[in-house]
Design a protein around this ligand. Structure first.
Ligand SMILES: Nc1ncnc2c1ncn2[C@@H]1O[C@H](COP(=O)(O)OP(=O)(O)OP(=O)(O)O)[C@@H](O)[C@H]1O
Ligand SMILES: [Mg+2]
Length: 238
């Protein structure tokens, strides 16, 4: 079943194009990776799906078959399109528990409580720090909290922007293995932006490579593993 689809998705900032007629899709249970250099438009793609940046009038974004390109961000979240933003953006003055509770407002108290339990089961680090101010967590713990906040909001599709950014390899491993576990256990769909292809490709079904606001290459991970251009770009020719 088709969960998310964009059709001719274009975005410009002050008249300067950042996305040009981007067509991507994600089916139920798929993990879809978006790769591309700095400034390619990856964050813009996630933000336009979440309704945080406005797309051009001819753009279409469909979620579960319904057009969402003109819907307000908080309503899009409530529908089940939940983004983990680049740079985490947790509420620094609120505790871990409070951050999770705020994220759960859209799903109601009962469901939020259940989901917070799930998050603590996934990230025991967070449970042992539930009363600590989020701003005093380590970078890795903040990323776990950002993912946790998204899980509490009950996503149908999770949009994740560069979860490995600025984190030590051991923490990154931990985060990616938990993301894998989340997909496996919950069957949700994931659209993941991650510059480090060695991390994201092993857990992905399909890949889009964007550059200068356009999709340049797309295919299944299996197809693209054998594509010379991809190997050279992202696997150092190995
Ligand atoms: N709020 C904004 N106002 C103006 N230009 C913007 C804005 N946000 C992004 N851009 C521009 O749009 C282009 C795409 O940016 P975007 O952040 O989507 O790239 P990215 O692929 O996520 O890059 P990175 O890998 O560095 O995170 C860039 O040229 C950027 O300068
Ligand atoms: Mg970005």
């Amino acid at each position: 079943m088709n969960i998310l689809e964009t059709k001719d998705l274009s975005v410009a900032y002050n008249g300067v194009p950042a996305l040009r007629k981007v067509n991507i899709k994600a089916d139920k249970g798929e993990v879809v990776s978006v790769l591309g250099p700095n400034g390619a438009g990856k964050t813009t793609l996630l933000k336009s799906i979440s309704g945080l940046v406005k797309c051009s009038p001819e753009s279409k974004i469909k979620f579960l078959g319904n057009e969402i390109q003109n819907i307000l961000p908080h309503k899009i979240t409530r529908m089940g399109v939940v983004q983990v933003p680049e740079g985490r953006q947790v509420f620094g003055d609120l505790s871990v528990q409070e951050n999770l509770e705020v994220a759960g407002v859209s799903v109601g108290m009962k469901k939020a409580r259940e989901n917070i339990k799930k998050v603590y089961a996934l990230f025991s680090e967070l449970e042992s720090r539930k009363n600590q101010a989020a701003g005093t967590l380590s970078g890795g713990e903040q990323q776990m909290l950002a993912i946790g906040r998204a899980i509490v909001a009950d996503p149908v599709i999770l949009l994740i922007d560069e979860p490995s950014m600025g984190l030590a390899p051991v923490i990154v491993k931990r985060i990616f293995s938990t993301l894998k576990k989340i997909v496996k256990e919950s069957g949700l769909t994931m659209l993941i932006v991650e510059q480090n292809a060695k991390l994201s490709l092993p857990m992905s079904d399909r890949v889009y490579i964007v550059s200068q606001g356009k999709v340049m290459i797309e295919g299944t991970v299996d197809e693209l593993k054998n594509d010379r251009r991809i190997r050279d770009m992202y696997f150092g020719g190995n």
